[in-house]
Write a protein that binds this ligand. Structure first.
Ligand code: MLT
Length: 241
């Protein structure tokens, strides 16, 4: 299997970058966008529009007042938004029929960068086994869109990519990274740039939630034509791999 690692924004935001045909894109922002997406969709949210700017989120709500806004800057909820980017905010509350527009520093932009992929899914530790199941049955290249922190590679995204790749391509360097860190993930995550920030702003418990394996069994798909993430299978090229 061809595993293509896009380690951070300098890879996936590059205009020169082109995906090969029949690529499955796996978007990873463990701390915290993809963990929040998996949690929200598991708890009744119907669909999520990932957006590239805060202004776009507000304009979606201006047109559709029932849409709730989710997101962060510097890890903290944006003023005027209904939710921050904490998966904990989506646990234990009635969310049926909610539609969300979501802006996060890197994660939502990583989804928007997947345009030429045939299918796009969201990965987290919270839904790890369903992601591995999808990847291991995919007949084509798989590109891992690691959201990163700022412009940099982030350790936690590389580790999750490695946890997925380890089951299909164990010689890949990210699979080694995962095996090297897997017995000490809470410490590794807290030492990452994003993890250090979450501890600093009082959201350390998000790290432990995002590290829970297989708490949910949903597989979110992103439809780049409609700009929506939900739980129905979407092929952007309308053909089988
Ligand atoms: C991001 O999109 O960069 C992250 O999800 C940031 C965060 O939630 O702290």
């Amino acid at each position: 299997m061809d595993s293509i690692a896009l380690y951070g924004p300098s890879f996936w935001a590059s205009q020169r970058f082109e995906l090969p045909p029949r690529t499955l894109a796996v978007v990873i922002d463990v701390l915290r966008a993809t963990s929040t997406i998996v949690t929200a969709l598991s708890n009744g949210v119907q669909r999520i529009s990932p957006v590239a700017t805060v202004e776009k989120a507000f304009s979606i709500r201006d047109h559709s007042p029932s849409v709730k806004l989710v997101g962060e800057k510097g890890g903290v909820r944006i003023e005027g938004f209904d939710f921050g980017n904490s998966p904990q905010e989506f646990l234990g509350r009635p969310l049926f029929d909610f539609e969300l527009a979501m802006f996060t520093t890197n994660g939502t932009k990583a989804f928007l960068a997947t345009k030429s992929a045939q299918e796009v899914i969201a990965a987290s530790f919270l839904n790890l086994d369903v992601v591995i199941e999808k990847v291991s049955h995919w007949n084509g290249p798989v590109a891992y869109f690691c959201a990163g922190t700022g412009v940099d590679f982030s350790l936690e995204d590389g580790i999750l990519a490695g946890a997925i790749i380890d089951s299909v391509d164990p010689d890949h360097p990210l699979a080694s990274l995962y095996r090297f860190t897997k017995n000490n993930l809470p410490k590794a995550f807290r030492s990452s740039k994003n993890g250090t920030n979450l501890v600093k702003i009082g959201l350390e418990s998000d790290i432990d939630l995002c590290l829970q394996r297989n708490r949910f069994s949903v597989l979110p798909y992103f439809d780049s034509t409609q700009g929506l993430i939900d739980l129905s299978v979407k092929s952007n090229k309308k053909e089988n791999p």
